[in-house]
Design a protein around this ligand. Structure first.
Ligand code: MEV
Length: 307
């Protein structure tokens, strides 16, 4: 039994989304997690995840290990008892701690593969709920946007705790994703922003309100087929993320390089401090901007169409 889940990228609204402001995110199908489940003659549940050097029996993992925990939750949810003997292989092309949702994608692919293997396939709502439980282990106080966009594999306009809204671009547009190569766990930047917000909530709430306006306008421009207007909003959102202290010299360098190479706008994406940034491009400038990002130090670029 096999299942996959895509990566994701946040277009607007990261961090503010943890504080109930809207954010926009889209799946990135160029990278994915693939999980294969098969029966095994060795006792226990064997997990092999070569990308993170993990080869272990489930029983040997600490109780809060995200992979172990999502497997146990799925087994319980499907009412399988006693624990079956099986082997699970997880392969991923999504870089870890890079803002592309690797943790959520691993959870979603595991839940999908295991529940189907147990002949108890789950609907997306159930998969999303189970994946969110595991996200809490990855990064403490997640908004739930990562597991949502990855489970439904559709662009989402997300407000924490509210019914999921998807959106459809009136006209497709292209973004280039540039990876700083600096791993930065989202858990840390989310915790730092919380500390700063607790210290000066008036200032941070007004930054989050500005981000909320940006996300709302961005959705409007995207749906009404005017993606060329997103550039300015990206630049403004990046500035607000800098004020939240979640940018980094490497991210700023890539953002400025993209703008200099002709991108109408660019910003960091995800938790920040490292990981990825995005730049709006048109079909002609995609290659030039991607090249400029590599020259400025990006270790990888992905060109993706939002449609
Ligand atoms: C991480 O992809 C996005 C953050 O807003 C955290 C979250 O929403 O849980 C930084």
């Amino acid at each position: 039994m096999k299942a996959s889940a895509p990566g994701k990228i946040i277009l607007f609204g990261e961090h503010a989304v943890v504080y109930n402001r809207p954010a926009l995110a889209v799946p990135v199908n160029q990278v994915h997690v693939d999980v294969a489940v098969s029966e095994s003659d060795q006792p226990g549940i064997w997990i092999h995840a070569p990308n993170i050097d993990l080869l272990s029996d489930l029983a040997a993992l600490p109780p809060d290990h995200p992979i172990g925990s999502v497997i146990l939750k799925t087994v319980q949810h499907c009412g399988v008892s006693p624990l079956p003997t099986l082997s699970l292989t997880i392969e991923s092309s999504i870089p870890v701690a890079a803002g592309l949702g690797s943790g959520a994608a691993v959870s979603v692919a595991i839940i999908r593969a295991l529940s189907t293997f147990f002949s108890h396939p789950l609907i997306d709502d159930q998969i999303n709920k189970l994946a969110f439980e595991t996200e809490k282990l990855h990064h403490g106080a997640p908004s739930g946007i990562d597991n949502t966009v990855i489970t439904y594999n559709m662009p989402v306009y997300y407000i924490k705790g509210q019914p999921i809204e998807t959106f459809k671009p009136g006209q497709p547009f292209t973004i280039v994703i540039g990876d700083t190569g600096v791993p930065a766990p989202t858990k840390d930047s989310v915790a730092d922003v919380r500390r700063l917000w607790l210290r000066d909530s008036n200032r941070f709430d007004s930054i989050f309100n500005e981000v909320a306006q940006i996300s709302t306008m961005a959705r409007h421009f995207i749906e009404s087929g005017r993606p060329q207007l997103l550039g300015e909003l990206m630049d403004h959102n990046h500035e607000l993320l800098r004020q939240m202290t979640v940018s980094s010299p490497e991210l700023d360098t890539l953002v400025y390089a993209a703008r200099k190479a002709g991108a109408p706008g660019a910003k960091l994406s995800g938790g920040g401090r490292g990981g990825n940034m995005i730049a709006l491009v048109n079909a002609d400038s995609a290659k030039t901007v991607a090249k400029a990002l590599i020259t400025a130090g990006a270790i990888r670029t992905i060109v993706t169409e939002v449609k």
